[in-house]
Each structure stands twice: as C-alpha cells, then as structure tokens.
Design a protein around this ligand. Structure first.
Ligand code: ADP
Ligand code: MG
Length: 250
C-alpha cells in the first residue's frame, strides 16, 4: 500500500517563506554551541545532552519537546546557569555566559512563590534584592503584575490563587529582572488544558513584545503557539521544525 507523505515544511507558500525570512533577520539573543552534559551515576555514565546546537532570536518562542528523560530539564538548567555543561558553550547577546544572571529569568514547574508574601511582595522581592527602593520596586512590580493580567490580585496570597494564576505570578517575577531570555521548565505541567493554553498564549504575547523564550515541555499542544520546535530524544536534537502558525503579528 502506498503511504501518504506529509509535504515537507520547506514547501511553503510565499507568505510563510517571507515570515521566516523576517524571523531569521532578527538578532540572535541566545546561542548554544555543542553543549554536552554527562552524569556519573551508579558507576555508569549517562549522557543527558549530546552536541546540542541552536539559536533563539529576539521575539522568538522556542519549545523544547521530548519524552521524559530526554534531557529537557538538564538543558533548561544549563541555560539558566544552574548547572554547568560538561562541554560546549552558551552565548547571550554574543557574550559567553557561565552561571546564573539577571539576563535570564526562570519559571519552574512547581509553584515556587513565597507563601507568606502577597503577589506584589513576591514580585517585589527580587527587585528589592537588586537594590531598588521600596517605592520603586512596588511601582515596577505593579507593572509586571498588570502585564500578566493579575492587577486585581496584587494583595492576594499564593494560597488564594489557582495554579494558573500562581504560574502567572512566577512569570511576572521572572520578567521583573528584565531578562533577555525567559526560560521555563514544564511551566504548565500541573495545569488543566485550558489554563495551559492561557499560559502559552501569554508566552506568545511576551515573545511578540521582545523577549526570547525557551520552554521545555513534554506537551505537544504547546507547540501551537511557538515559532520553533526542537525535538529532543536521548539527549540529541532529532528534529527542528519551524511552526508556520507562529507570530501572525510578525
Ligand atoms: P527530562 O527533563 O526531559 O525528563 P532530564 O534532563 O531530567 O530529562 O534527564 C535527562 C537524563 O539525565 C535522564 O536519563 C536522567 O536520568 C539523567 N539525569 C538528570 N539529572 C541527573 C543527575 N543529577 N544525576 C544523574 N543523572 C541525571
Ligand atoms: Mg524534566
């Protein structure tokens, strides 16, 4: 029996081709070169990542997708500077980076808010740590909270919020560093599908606003909103696809 084959994504209409051309003309914000990470575990070497190469451009939303154990968390943790690669390097705006920095914001799967602080105080925390006066931190925190749609909840405590709202606060807190890149590891892993869509729509808007975003998820649905999908399997990139659903606004 003859098999039906999907057309290659390279067979694009002129308008799609134009969009990709515009995307590729944007400056590269994040570049990963030949990143490899091995772990020694119970006397054996586990290769969590092998020769990972990719770039994320300004206003680009990249999804790293793959089954459990393929290396997604390891990649995001290395990008965040929470873990060192075994070899390879990473550049932000052309500069080599090692370790964490305010140039990268991070959102985790679990809700990592301070339960004893209000939404506003959670977002203010990092700003005050970075040396802003209380008044200034409050003003900036309000703007970020507004941006993620939680203006009415700035005085609520985390336990009064739904999971989706908590993740929005975590996103606001990560954005408050004004990072060039926003990183997230399974940010919707614990959320209902409708809420998950909401969060991905928010990432889309933030990317359109200028932040480069790299999100790891095992959830294929997430890919609808992104510009580029990187499929990982056993620590290797097995395919890269550009989504033609991306950025209607490009
Ligand atoms: P994913 O997030 O895609 O589920 P991970 O990045 O967590 O994948 O893990 C990739 C591989 O690396 C897995 O085989 C995992 O067991 C291994 N691994 C991750 N962290 C460690 C560690 N600290 N020590 C040993 N092995 C690890
Ligand atoms: Mg993981």
């Amino acid at each position: 029996m003859q098999q039906l084959e999907l057309p290659s994504y390279l067979e694009q209409s002129d308008s799609v081709r134009d969009r990709f051309a515009r995307l590729k003309a944007r400056p590269v914000v994040l570049e990963v070169r030949k990143l490899t990470k091995t772990f020694e575990s119970h006397g054996r070497t586990v290769t969590a990542l092998e020769n990972i190469d990719f770039q994320a451009r300004q206003r680009e939303f990249v999804c790293v997708i793959g089954p459990s154990g393929c290396g997604k968390s390891t990649l995001i943790r290395i990008l965040a500077g929470l873990e060192a690669p075994t070899s390879g390097e990473m550049l932000l705006d052309g500069r080599r980076v090692l370790g964490p920095g305010p140039d990268r914001g991070m959102v985790f799967q679990g809700y990592t808010l301070f339960p004893w602080r209000t939404v506003k105080k959670n977002v203010m925390f990092g700003l005050e740590m970075a040396g802003r006066s209380r008044a200034r931190a409050e003003e900036e925190a309000r703007q970020w909270i507004d941006l993620v749609g939680l203006a009415k909840f700035e005085n609520a405590y985390p336990n009064q919020l739904s999971g989706g709202m908590k993740q929005r606060v975590a996103i606001a807190r990560a954005l408050a560093k004004n990072p060039a890149v926003l990183l997230a590891d399974e940010p919707t892993g614990r959320l209902e599908p409708a809420v998950r869509d909401d969060i991905f729509a928010l990432f889309r808007e933030l990317a359109d606003d200028g932040v480069a975003i790299v999100v790891a998820t095992h959830d294929l649905e997430a890919a609808d909103r992104c510009d580029r999908i990187i499929y990982l399997q056993d620590g290797r990139i097995v395919s890269r696809e550009e989504s033609w659903l991306f950025a209607e606004t490009t």
